[in-house]
Design a protein around this ligand. Structure first.
Ligand code: GLU
Length: 483
């Protein structure tokens, strides 16, 4: 592991979020041999569309909505990335997040450039009708300025958005675009039935699980922290029960980990004996709060949950939650960055020195965009994954079983044969294919960055950035732009 000498007493973090991403980039770039100009181009955020437009509220008043779309890199097209609805959205943040998308796509070999959008609103302050107006106008602006399209820039859900918003965007784009044949592929994360792919909703959380599982698979790495191999038996704290956090917690729990802490906006709960995730979610639904869950200890200041004793800490809400202020009190052995940018660059350096294994966002939460890629492919091919092969695979397995029967000169008992057939002779459904593609992507990418980590004796984030820089640089070189 590379060690830095940052201590908690050093100057406060002054860099903007984009500045922090670039700092991580620079650290990794030092391990590559690309020309300075090429590195500068890779880092640059190519275009930002900043817009302000009026919203007539249901009470008749007018709000001015501020929104952005940043396209960081067109080295591969389309550019890709979510749209967040959040009260602190700003230009620097969308630029930083779009850059992370570029590197993220490269790390998991998803052939897109990076982009990100944001609307500066607290989505809870607006009615559904108002949210629809805000979203449709945003999609209209993007369409008019050529900032959206199946081969141009393809948005997706992010913090505060979901399939509903994606359906509004699709409908608006559809009503304006010339290219109606491929219009479905202008946005991903759509509802199934509107061109969405099965498995997209849980994809980021499932990807987080596959990534954590892969990291815990290496005995050497676990032993360095005094841990046993595998996810099973590890204690977990998750911050954020949104789409990403909920599914990450769910799959980790199903994988044998114990969820000991859960944090939400209203507070956090802790029970070292374990919490039942779905029970907690039901409790929150019926009482309106995660607090006062039977058997658990309340933590009123929600952020303190990050400091609870656990093996795996999963920040799955917003960025910048682990800083030099709280880093010295973090007790986790592993930080699994399900959110984008949860650990500031100084806190990152400090925690690495403390031997904490940080599984970086730029790899770990790539499950969302990976499955978005599968959705985009489905939309362009106009066929559900597995539709052509499912029945064929099923019959083929039956034929193999019959051949085994013939070759072994026996006659299988029909009832047992049927049972075996039902167990093994099935064709892959769309969901099976999506999950398998996701699992393979996450496992392969981890092995790739782990190998770079060992080669250069660096942390995983630096390794992921080195991997991304090399891949993006290769793209530019293949375009003949750089020597
Ligand atoms: N918003 C997600 C992310 O940050 C998904 C992006 C996508 O699917 O394009 O990775």
């Amino acid at each position: 592991m590379e060690h830095s000498s940052v201590t908690p007493t050093q100057a406060p973090e002054k860099l903007t979020f984009f500045g922090q991403v670039n700092r991580m980039f620079n650290k990794a770039a030092a391990y590559t041999k690309h020309p300075e100009g090429l590195l500068k181009q890779i880092k640059a955020c190519n275009s930002v569309y900043r817009m302000e437009y009026p919203l007539q509220r249901e009470d008749g008043s007018i709000d001015v909505i501020q929104a952005y779309r940043a396209e960081h890199s067109q080295h591969k097209l389309p550019t890709k990335g979510g749209i967040r609805y959040e009260a602190h959205v700003n230009e620097d943040e969308v630029m930083a997040l779009s850059a992370l998308m570029t590197y993220k796509c490269a790390v998991v070999d998803v052939p897109f450039g990076g982009a990100k959008g944001g609307i500066k609103i607290d989505h809870r302050d607006y009615s559904e009708v108002e949210l629809e107006r805000i979203t449709r106008r945003y999609a209209f602006e993007l369409t008019r300025k050529n900032f959206i399209g199946p081969g141009i820039d393809v948005p997706a859900p992010d913090y505060g958005t979901g399939p509903r918003e994606m359906a509004w965007i699709l409908d608006t784009y559809n009503s304006l675009a010339d290219d109606t044949l491929n219009a479905l592929a202008c946005v991903t994360g759509k509802p199934v039935g509107q061109g969405g792919v099965r498995g997209r909703t849980q994809a980021t959380g499932l990807g987080v699980y596959y990534g954590v599982r892969e990291a815990c698979r290496f005995t050497d790495d676990m032993e360095k922290m005094g841990l046993e191999q595998g996810v099973e038996g590890k204690t977990v704290v998750v911050q954020g029960l949104g789409n990403v956090g909920y599914f990450a917690a769910k799959f980790l729990q199903e994988g044998g980990a114990t969820i000991v802490g859960l944090a939400e906006i209203e507070g956090s709960i802790y029970n070292p004996e374990g919490l039942n995730l779905d029970d907690v979610v039901d409790h929150r639904k019926s009482t309106g709060s995660i607090l006062d869950y039977p058997g658990a200890q309340n933590i009123k200041n929600s952020a303190e949950a990050l400091e609870l004793p656990c093996n795996i800490l999963v920040p799955a809400a917003l960025g910048g939650v682990i800083t030099m202020e709280n880093a010295p009190r973090i007790q986790a052995d592993i930080i699994a960055e399900a959110a984008n940018g949860p650990v500031t660059s100084q806190a990152d350096a400090y925690l690495l020195e403390k031997n904490v294994l940080i599984i970086p966002d730029v790899y770990l939460n790539a499950g969302g965009v990976t499955v978005s890629y599968f959705e985009w492919l489905r939309n362009l091919s106009h066929v559900r994954h597995g539709r052509m092969s499912k029945r064929f695979e099923e019959r083929n397995a039956e034929r193999i079983l019959r051949a085994v029967e013939k070759l072994s000169d026996t006659t299988f008992k029909e009832d047992r044969f049927d049972k075996v057939v039902s167990e093994i002779a099935f064709g892959a459904s769309e969901q099976d294919l999506v999950n398998s593609g996701l699992e393979d992507t996450m496992a392969y990418a981890y092995q790739e960055i782990r190998a770079i980590r060992l080669e250069h004796n660096v942390d995983l984030r630096t390794a992921a950035f080195i991997s991304a820089i090399n891949k993006v640089a290769t793209s530019y070189k293949q375009m003949g732009i750089f020597p």
